[in-house]
Design a protein around this ligand. Structure first.
Ligand code: 7TS
Length: 406
């Protein structure tokens, strides 16, 4: 992969921050955007802006074609059966909430089990807590092994005949663990449960195929995959989406409206109440074109190589703890002994290096790790070994600054 030419397509990366060339290592929070995506938004607003699905005028038709064209790109990208299975949402959080409200609240009853893991992002915990409170369902957690991995034996012994839903992340935003979704889906299905997958940290980085994984629902965000903020996707199997109630009611999603009752449009529009996220979807389509031009297999390979390189370099720093297994996606979570991760991140920022510090919206996982917070460096296709070397130098500075307490 030609990282140098990829970097040239990301204007934001070519700036000084606090007197140093920017090193952006926070793509798990949000990715940067290539010119292609920025220009697609600009072109839409400059040339085609109009509402969709209503006007017969030319701009309206163009906007509708581009919006629905973006849905088609998503369908191909994730290998869904049809565009009816691709719902545009505001992001992963909204998509997961839609399933918790529209499906779980509708079909779960007292005593049914919802199975989760302790590595979930808050967005894949709280909607299920709320659904459980509302329906009387019970939450259960698949136990993790010491390095944060989930064994299929643990999956088999947690999912029972009473399990109705399994909600699990494909890739952990803290540990970098890649969960065996295909196998977990099979175990869930054998027990009559459905599986909802949080794909926020997988879809941007690796080939994800709905036919192969056989998930029932799959959620992801555009802004972590070079697309704009405010757009995401809920994939759902058609038969489940047909049964599921909409969660937002109003314009756009209706077929017939009477004074006392109404009917809904067919899929996918029954889930897209109100003027949809038109520019966002078009920008996501441009991001998909961009990522496919580079190749998802190349992206994951590049990131895993960087993660290995980082692991090697960081393990040479005395007093630095890395969390998670060696086999990981393109991110590394760590703490430097005696330095609060916020202080580590502040020193790094003064060197122009952006990392995230905090609980990463995974407080149960922080408890499991027995820490209150960590620092995290996360990579994407525009990062290279020079970025890692700068991170290592920055960490040495942090240690010097805080008096190398060891
Ligand atoms: N699930 C996972 C695994 C995530 O990493 C995130 C965001 C979300 C869900 C929520 O996505 P959203 O687009 O709806 O906000 N993760 C992070 C992060 O790790 N740092 O900032 C946001």
């Amino acid at each position: 992969m030609d990282v140098k030419s990829i970097r040239e397509q990301f204007p934001i990366l070519h700036q000084q921050v606090n007197g140093h060339p920017l090193v952006y290592l926070d793509s798990a929070a949000t990715s940067q955007k290539p010119v292609q995506v920025i220009e697609s938004l600009e072109s839409y607003y400059r040339n085609h802006n109009s509402n969709v699905h209503r006007g017969v005028h030319t701009l309206g038709t163009r906007a509708t074609d581009q919006y629905e064209g973006a849905r088609d790109k998503v369908k191909t990208f994730i290998n869904a059966d049809s565009t009816q299975e691709v719902i545009f949402t505001r992001g992963t959080t909204t998509a997961l909430n839609m399933v918790a409200y529209g499906y779980a609240r509708q079909f779960l009853k007292e005593g049914d089990e919802i199975v989760l893991t302790e590595m979930e992002h808050h967005s894949n915990i709280i909607p299920w807590q709320q659904a459980a409170k509302y329906t009387g369902a019970i939450l259960k957690y698949i136990p993790m092994e010491e390095n944060g991995i989930i064994s299929l034996d643990a999956v088999r012994s947690t999912i029972t005949k009473n399990t109705k839903m399994v909600a699990i992340t494909h890739v952990s935003n803290v540990l970098g663990v890649i969960n065996p979704i295909k196998e977990i889906a099979e175990i869930a299905h054998n027990q009559g449960a459905i599986i909802v997958v949080d794909g926020a940290q997988s879809v941007p980085h690796m080939k994800v195929d709905m036919q192969e994984l056989n998930c029932d629902f799959y959620a992801f965000s555009g802004h972590k995959m070079c697309g704009p903020t405010g757009i995401g996707v809920l994939y759902g199997k058609k038969d489940l989406l047909e049964k599921m109630e909409p969660v937002e009611f109003g314009g756009e999603m209706i077929d017939f409206v009477g004074l006392y009752d109404s009917t809904w449009k067919e899929l996918p529009w029954k889930f897209e109440g109100g003027t949809p996220i038109i520019a966002g979807a078009i920008g996501l389509g441009a991001a998909i074109d961009f990522l496919q031009g580079i190749g998802l297999d190349n992206i994951i390979e590049h990131e895993q190589q960087l993660a290995h390189y980082t692991q090697k370099k960081l393990s040479e720093i005395q007093g630095l703890t890395i969390y998670g297994p060696e086999e990981r996606s393109g991110l590394i979570t760590f703490n430097v002994q005696g330095i609060h991760p916020h202080d580590t991140a502040t020193v790094l920022d003064s060197e122009g290096i952006a990392v995230r510090a905090g609980h990463h919206c995974a407080q149960p996982l922080m408890k499991w790790l027995d820490v209150t917070a960590t620092a995290r460096a996360s990579f994407y296709l525009y990062n290279d070994e020079n970025d890692v070397d700068r991170l290592v130098e920055g960490l040495q500075k942090a240690k010097e600054y805080f008096g190398d307490v060891f």
